[in-house]
Design a protein around this ligand. Structure first.
Ligand SMILES: *[C@@H]1O[C@H](CO)[C@@H](O)[C@H](O)[C@H]1NC(C)=O
Ligand SMILES: *[C@@H]1O[C@H](CO)[C@@H](O)[C@H](O)[C@H]1NC(C)=O
Ligand SMILES: *[C@@H]1O[C@H](CO)[C@@H](O)[C@H](O)[C@H]1NC(C)=O
Ligand SMILES: *[C@@H]1O[C@H](CO)[C@@H](O)[C@H](O)[C@H]1NC(C)=O
Ligand SMILES: *[C@@H]1O[C@H](CO)[C@@H](O)[C@H](O)[C@H]1NC(C)=O
Ligand SMILES: *[C@@H]1O[C@H](CO)[C@@H](O)[C@H](O)[C@H]1NC(C)=O
Ligand SMILES: CC(=O)N[C@H]1CO[C@H](CO)[C@@H](O)[C@@H]1O
Length: 485
């Protein structure tokens, strides 16, 4: 009986294997020099202004997740933020340019957002002052008028923002950065403002910040424009605002298109589609290098699919545990990887965070190919080239080093291992809301605590595979990368 059962299981697993293809791939990691650096708070989150009756495509997903109704004292929220230790939270979104702050000498009545208003179909709303905030998006339409269809002109009225910033200082709230406006760049989404006018108002806001924070340190950053990248508009904004006014230039990414799109899943699994957006970032980087090298390039908001995402897609497999693993494992230094795999295997390398070695992120977008990966250190390839050009100098230690550990040039002490964090959707269903880590469901404990995210440790030279439709973080603590020291 036992034999027959295991034979049946063997056949069953054999047929599962046969449905897949396997591809061998080599990933060469060159840790000589970092190719880019990310911000310390690279993983961040936006809390939006949308009220519960914001609906798209017959769905109203916002509930009580908005800054106007979120329970900021909820222990689950506190625990989630604590898990990241220091996490940037941006408060902003479409209604930001409609918000009046109920402080100082507010000229109009302070109401809640109601439907049937001017810009996004919601009226002017109000923020009552008992919230804790970090990157705060200011209303950049206040005082302007709509000149023609969606184009707004006239000077920004800074009085309400001035009073609000002053209020936060008097309450001792530490704001890391003030962001000016939301999606008003280029042709705008709900409204647009000319770049020269926007730059003049940014200079005014910088003066206000400098004055109000004269005796406070650290002084908050000024972040702008939080919109979609438009080359002429972004170039002009940096040129006209001038030296050291904008500290970080933000842009928004919704490269999947509208949440109603029936092709979302195939877009998410299409490497060519996903890679297109990197050109936008290269263009933004170019704008900054040319017109304002003092500024950093930030993605201020990105949600994949716009208009509140898509049900059973935006709220599934790829969820916050992935962001938490990135935050814990991936350091600031981005390292070059050269992969021989098809574009369906996406690979990223960073220095490990807070320890030696490197961390890789491998995402298999293929639904049929199982990748067998061999990771090599470019140092060893350089050694091999040197060995070939001068056979006589091929020293015994070089041979020994390569034989012992192909991840470094140093001979290992024999305890070399790597750590793997393998993420898969429950039951192989990509639209499952439960993510498995090394086969175990990731769920909050009954007390709302984050589950422990433990890796499996395997011998560093043992075969490594990335099965279809799965994600793997791999830490190589002994990887010899000179840029990670
Ligand atoms: C800031 O607020 C204080 C009261 O807290 C007030 O005395 C001061 O005039 C205000 N400053 C500005 C520039 O609005
Ligand atoms: C940004 O531009 C600089 C200068 O052209 C270049 O060296 C750097 O690699 C670019 N970074 C990115 C991420 O494109
Ligand atoms: C979303 O998934 C749930 C549970 O799997 C299902 O009951 C529901 O019908 C799905 N909704 C849509 C819009 O596909
Ligand atoms: C990447 O590897 C391929 C061979 O797999 C090689 O031809 C190419 O030059 C490498 N690129 C870099 C930037 O090292
Ligand atoms: C893989 O995806 C393609 C396109 O989405 C689909 O036609 C095919 O049936 C899938 N194959 C497997 C093995 O799931
Ligand atoms: C690794 O990068 C360094 C510096 O960028 C470069 O000089 C070296 O040729 C690279 N090695 C390989 C094997 O590509
Ligand atoms: C090379 C390869 O594996 N291609 C497949 C990757 O997965 C997508 C869907 O997930 C298929 O359409 C490709 O044929």
């Amino acid at each position: 009986m036992g034999f027959r059962l295991s034979f049946f299981l063997f056949l069953a697993s054999l047929s599962a294997i046969c449905a897949q293809e396997a591809e061998d791939a080599t990933i060469v990691v060159n840790g000589t020099k970092a190719i880019a650096n990310t911000d310390t708070n690279y993983i961040c989150a936006t809390i939006d202004w949308w009220p519960p009756d914001k609906c798209n495509y017959n769905q109203c997903p916002w509930g009580s997740s908005s800054i106007i109704n979120l329970d900021l004292s909820h222990p689950f929220l506190a625990k989630a933020i604590q898990a990241f230790k220091r996490m940037r939270i941006r408060v902003g979104g479409s209604l930001q340019d409609e918000v009046l702050y109920d402080v100082g000498n507010l000229k109009s009545r302070c109401n809640s957002f109601t439907k049937a208003g001017e810009v996004f179909g919601f009226s002017k709303g109000c923020l009552h002052m008992d919230r804790v905030l970090v990157t705060f998006g200011l209303n950049a339409l206040y005082g302007r008028q709509e000149i023609t269809n969606k184009v707004w002109g006239g000077d920004w009225d800074s009085s309400n923002a001035n009073d609000f910033i002053n209020y936060t200082i008097s309450k001792g709230h530490r704001i890391d950065s003030w962001e000016f406006g939301n999606e008003l760049s280029g042709k705008g989404i709900g409204a647009s403002v000319d770049a020269a006018q926007y730059a003049a108002d940014l200079i005014k806001l910088k003066t206000i910040i400098n004055k109000l924070y004269k005796n406070f340190r650290p002084k908050p950053l000024l972040v702008a424009p939080g919109g979609f990248y438009d080359k002429e508009w972004y170039n002009k904004l940096l040129q006209d605002s001038g030296s050291l006014v904008i500290n970080a230039m933000t842009h928004h990414i919704y490269n999947l298109g509208a949440g109603v799109d029936h092709d979302l899943v195939s877009k998410i699994l299409d490497p060519n589609h996903l890679s297109k957006i990197s050109q936008t970032f290269r263009n933004l980087n170019q704008t900054i290098q040319t017109y304002g090298p003092w500024a950093s390039a930030w993605v201020g908001e990105s949600g994949g699919a716009y208009n509140s995402g898509a049900r059973n897609i935006s709220d599934t497999f790829v969820n916050s545990f992935c962001a938490l693993l990135w935050h814990r494992l991936m350091g600031k230094e981005v390292i070059s990887v050269n992969s021989s795999a098809s574009p369906y295997l996406r690979s990223y390398a960073h220095c490990s965070k807070g320890r030696s070695g490197i961390a890789l992120l491998l995402i298999n977008l293929s639904n049929q190919t199982d990748y067998n990966i061999m990771v090599q250190n470019s140092i060893n390839i350089d050694l091999r080239v040197k060995d070939k050009t001068d056979e006589n100098r091929k020293s015994f230690t070089h041979v020994l080093k390569r034989a012992v550990s192909w991840v470094g040039s140093k001979a290992s002490d024999g305890t070399s291992f790597r750590e793997e964090y393998h993420l898969t959707p429950e039951n192989g269903d990509l639209q499952s809301k439960t993510m498995l880590l090394n086969g175990n469901p990731l769920q909050l404990t009954d007390d709302g605590d984050i589950p422990s995210l433990n890796p499996v440790r395997v011998a560093v030279n043992s075969p490594m595979s990335v099965p279809p439709l799965s994600i793997k973080f791999v830490v190589f603590p002994n990887f010899d990368a000179s840029c990670c020291k």
